[in-house]
Design a protein around this ligand. Structure first.
Ligand code: ATP
Length: 208
């Protein structure tokens, strides 16, 4: 099975890397493909450019053979709709099971994503749950209907949902941008090569 982790990665940090690592291990994923959004449609424009966010991901993933930067949203340009990305991944990987990784917060808004049924037709979901995180609203019904075991995920290319308990790392890109803007230390919150990139390029120093 192949894992997919979409995000803004503005910048990538240890919260992302631990999420990918814990889900990779729990599901026995052959690889996790990190897909930076070129233009995230549901939030404010990123601070770092798409090229800079891509460069930081390359630095963060360079020492892990199981982690890959996937540039398809960058290459496609325009708004990065996940359903388009899933269609493109499905075209690349035939019938192999694909697993889109997301946190419970993201899953709770999933039924508001553009053509979420089209997404589930093409990939499984792995919903990473930190202690205390639960499904809410429409997500509860979806989980009840599609909730599966890891073994069931392996038997189908798409359409199932598995919950994966993960440890909580209280790190966010928003917090890192705030720290950098105030010239505070970001050490030990993100890979050292990414921290050096922030310093060299004076990223997040003037605007949050
Ligand atoms: P921002 O603070 O700018 O909103 P972020 O740190 O949440 O950014 P994103 O790039 O938006 O990072 O997140 C990509 C994915 O990583 C999402 O599915 C999100 O739930 C997950 N994620 C982000 N931070 C963590 C963390 N500390 N632990 C577990 N998952 C995380």
């Amino acid at each position: 099975m192949i894992g997919i982790l979409g995000g803004t990665f503005d910048p990538v940090h240890y919260g992302h890397l631990r999420l990918a690592e814990e889900v990779r291990e729990a599901l026995g994923l052959a690889q996790v493909r990190f897909i930076p959004a070129f233009q995230p449609p549901h939030r404010e424009a990123p601070v770092a450019s798409a090229r800079q966010r891509l460069a930081m991901l390359h630095l963060a993933l360079q020492d892990n053979e199981a982690f890959t930067v996937d540039t398809r949203e960058y290459d496609r340009g325009g708004p990065s709709w996940m359903v388009d990305t899933c269609a493109s991944l499905r075209a690349s990987y035939g019938d192999r099971p694909l697993v889109l990784i997301m946190g419970m917060d993201a899953f709770n808004g999933f039924t508001r994503w553009r053509d979420w049924q089209g997404i589930l037709a093409r990939v499984h979901l792995a919903v990473a749950t930190r202690p205390g995180a639960t499904a809410k609203g429409e997500a509860t019904g979806l989980l009840a209907e599609r909730g599966s075991t890891v073994a069931e995920l392996e038997r189908a290319p798409a359409g199932r949902i598995v919950e994966v308990p993960i440890s909580a790392l209280d790190i966010s890109a928003t917090r890192l941008r705030e720290l950098a803007a105030q010239s505070h230390s970001t050490r030990y919150l993100l890979p050292e090569a990414v921290r050096e990139y922030l310093l060299t390029h004076r990223l997040y120093r003037t605007n949050l």
